[in-house]
Design a protein around this ligand. Structure first.
Ligand SMILES: Nc1ncnc2c1ncn2[C@@H]1O[C@H](COP(=O)(O)OP(=O)(O)OP(=O)(O)O)[C@@H](O)[C@H]1O
Ligand SMILES: Nc1nc2c(ncn2[C@@H]2O[C@H](COP(=O)(O)O)[C@@H](O)[C@H]2O)c(=O)[nH]1
Length: 214
């Protein structure tokens, strides 16, 4: 007798990482994306100047102020905020398309953006806040990244305490001491959130089939 393979689908989720600048969001994100075919990065638009090694359309969509304003006014951004004096925003189209196709989307956005996406799509958003092991280590990381001037590093350190004050608006906290450990923890959260009952579509008929009712 042929085996019947009952199937059910899942709506994609929005996996949001926030932290003070330099705590390790980009590092952790890259490792998550490397190992996970069902996860894609939301590529933000920003008016910030490109850092050495950054590529347009891969790390960010680098746009001027007029283009950013057009996107914001035209409703093309799911959220947007001013961070460290530059504008950042999440293009809406790729996110909606991915979620509908059951793909998960990873966001590296600040607390203001997290608040906006959560208020619009609370059932789809999983919020993770990354803390550094100490404030001294955070400063060391910003300096060793060697991509920002001392002035920019000082500006980011001055904002770190304010950023961290928003930790309690998140669902999960990861202290990024050892990057491998932090990645394991982020993967565990993602795996568990993917199995949440509320994200599964058509489970009812699968269970009916299992119960011999289908
Ligand atoms: N666990 C860790 N131990 C040591 N260094 C780390 C660790 N995690 C990240 N780093 C290093 O710290 C620096 C900052 O990390 P990263 O760029 O990932 O931070 P970020 O949170 O994305 O910052 P931003 O918000 O400014 O984009 C990088 O040079 C990275 O290699
Ligand atoms: N609200 C949003 N914040 C964003 C977005 N993209 C990035 N960010 C945050 O900005 C700071 C600085 O990033 P950097 O790359 O200039 O170091 C960091 O906290 C990011 O998480 C966005 O689309 N919306």
């Amino acid at each position: 007798m042929a085996r019947r393979t009952a199937r059910f689908r899942r709506r994609g989720l929005m996996f949001v990482l926030s932290s003070p600048s330099g705590a390790g969001k980009t590092t952790i994100s890259r490792k998550l994306l490397e190992d996970d075919d069902n996860l894609q990065l939301s590529i933000s638009a920003t008016t910030r100047p490109k850092r050495p090694g950054e590529r347009d359309g891969i790390d960010y969509h680098f746009v001027d102020h007029a283009a950013f304003e057009r996107m914001a006014q035209g409703g093309e951004l799911l959220e947007h905020a001013v961070v460290f004096g530059n504008r950042y925003g999440t293009p809406r189209g790729p996110v909606e398309k991915a979620l509908a196709a059951g793909r998960d989307v990873l966001f590296d956005i600040d607390w203001q953006g997290t608040q906006q996406v959560y208020s619009k799509m609370p059932d789809d958003v999983v919020r993770v806040f990354i803390l550094p092991p100490s404030i001294e280590e955070l400063e060391r990381r910003l300096h060793t990244r060697a991509q920002d001037s001392d002035e920019v590093v000082a500006q980011r350190m001055a904002k770190a305490a304010d950023e961290m004050s928003h930790y309690d608006a998140y669902d999960y906290i990861i202290v990024n001491e050892q990057v491998e450990r932090a990645v394991v923890e982020a993967k565990a959260i993602l795996t568990a959130e993917r199995r949440r009952l509320k994200r599964l579509i058509g489970l009812d008929s699968f269970v009916k089939q299992l119960r011999g009712e289908g």
